[in-house]
Design a protein. Structure first.
Length: 217
């Protein structure tokens, strides 16, 4: 789960500059960036929904766990959901029009999401993950991973796979590879990192053949 958390942090931090870098009227690039943000939002929402359904109820029933801890986790989920709603309110219109006022609103909404996301993921890694051994079997915990994989929109799966590998870093890379099903591991080694670089270039507006993007208005 730490690698997944790093993915969300990595991609959402980068997204603020991506949005602010889209020039007024550049609907080709706003569509690419908006679709990326839409995929991230779907993934983060499902990640938290799975925890709400599978993790918090189990911990609430454990008398050894302070009830205030799960309450805090749920409240943090609500704050993140509210922040994601603010992103979604702006995203469709900006995607199709690349309006600079909407661009700035979207970037501000993403900027506002980051503190809530950082606080929650940090709390989860510090206070929740140490509680998992002995309370969840490997099979039960694997359900969370499977739900997360299934939630990734098909068109974004190879990019997100490459992004996970990057987010893993040297300290978690072996763990990341080891958790991939065999065919997915082969796919990642063959194409994941290359496709991520190509898609990142499209997001940045630096891909070969992309129209030259003017400075944002």
């Amino acid at each position: 789960m730490v690698v997944v958390h790093r993915l969300f942090t990595q991609e959402y931090r980068a997204s603020v500059a991506l949005v602010r870098g889209v020039a007024a009227g550049d609907t080709a690039r706003s569509a690419v960036v908006a679709d990326h943000l839409g995929a991230l939002g779907i993934m983060l929402t499902e990640h938290h929904l799975a925890e709400d359904e599978l993790v918090w109820p189990r911990l609430k029933d454990d008398p050894a766990i302070e009830p205030a801890l799960t309450v805090r986790m749920e409240e943090q989920h609500e704050r993140i959901a509210d922040a994601l709603d603010r992103v979604r309110q702006v995203l469709p219109a900006w995607r199709t029009g690349a309006d600079p006022a909407l661009r700035n609103r979207l970037a501000d909404a993403l900027d506002g999401l980051l503190p809530a996301l950082d606080a929650h993921l940090g709390d989860e890694e510090k206070h929740i993950l140490p509680l998992v051994p002995g309370r969840f079997t490997a099979e039960e915990w694997a359900v969370l991973s499977e739900r997360g994989r299934a939630a990734v929109p098909k068109a974004h799966r190879l990019y997100m796979l490459g992004a996970l590998g990057e987010a893993a870093g040297p300290d978690r890379y072996a763990e990341f590879l080891g958790r991939l099903p065999g065919p997915v591991r082969l796919l990642y080694r063959a194409a994941g990192r290359r496709l991520r670089r190509r898609t990142r270039a499209r997001l940045d507006g630096t891909a070969k053949g992309s129209p030259r993007t003017a400075a944002p208005a």
